[in-house]
Design a protein around this ligand. Sequence first.
Ligand SMILES: [Zn+2]
Length: 429
Amino acid sequence: MTDTSLVFTLLFSAMLVLGLLTKFYLATRQIRHVAQHRGQVPAAFASTITLASHQKAADYTLAKARFGMLEMAFAATVLLAWTLLGGIDTLNRAIAHSGLAAYGALVPQLALLAAFGLVSGLLDLPFALYKTFRLEERFGFNKMTFKLWLADLVKSTLVGAVVGLPVMALVLWLMGSAGEGWWLWTWAVWMGFNLLVLVLFPTVIAPLFNKFKPLDDAALKARVTALMQRCGFAAKGLFVMDGSKRSAHANAYFTGFGAAKRVVFYDTLLKQLNPAEVDAVLAHELGHFKHKHIIKRIAVMFAMSLVGFALLGWLSTQVWFYTGLGVRPNLTGANDALALLLFLMVVPLFSFFVSPVLAQFSRQHEFEADAYAISQTDGRDLQSALLKLYKDNASTLTPDPVYVKFYYSHPPASERLGRMNPSPESAAA
Ligand SMILES: [Zn+2]
């Protein structure tokens, strides 16, 4: 082991421990804060939320946070097993000796990625099962049968293989054949792929999992169409999705570009909200478009992946990057898949500490979209819609403020409603 390699091992280990400690610290803060406030509905919500729903939200939040801690500890152990304890190295050796190299340089590399994906997927299965059939089930959110869950798993694995393997093959081919500037080419291809997915997801992939029916409630449709025209949107592509098939959680989203643009309402949302409230939620989604949040998010993703690919381009040529993570690079044959894999494992250890900045932007965008919705519809409808959604999704009204900074992409109810209606009541929250 060279000095650089040892330094990198130490840096990796330090980030792993630091990340885990930070996550545990945040989770215990959240657990303590929610448990302390479980006994009483916050003053601002005293007239709208019952003690029973407040306590259900607290219990749901606590159960998720506790289970999350178990998941984090497991994920850190698995990461250690793949890297310093030799998991990837063993897998790579086995593939190198399997004779797959006879089929060209790409085949063993794709085999490595596929095997890694398969093993990781299997390791995650117990957690996914528990989450759906114990945690969500206990709070009445799960609507899935085991059969549907299994069908989803098979379908998503197939979609992953059909879409993922050719893209991976193209990326590995570019890494191996496009010369020193391969990372720039690969970045361009990767971005093109992402845009393609944005277009194909609503029209091709999502319909594999859910049924999308045109909105047929005439009164609601007229209302929604009027709102969209008022806001300057072509009112086509209004769909209702059978979200109730899997979960009682409600949602609505605006997706796609150009002709593929569509508004999707979960059937659960239409059941919970009255037409005026649905309008207000849609106005909020339109607000994201008016403020160009989607474009901004894509631009940030483009910029961050450019930095990522440049970094990967450099790291993949450094022997210490492999040996420091417990992997012996191949002496014959390409190391591109190894570099890619190790890179994807290491980056989250560092990017986790940037997540509060991204979450802050996201929460800012939610406030802006709320403000837009209020300018286009009656603010009281958005308030009552949000209150219903927070309540029906059992989102806690009393999250820990530091936990919120790291993890919340949407502001907690108290802040969001407080900003809409700065009454003395909500100021007290
Ligand atoms: Zn939003």
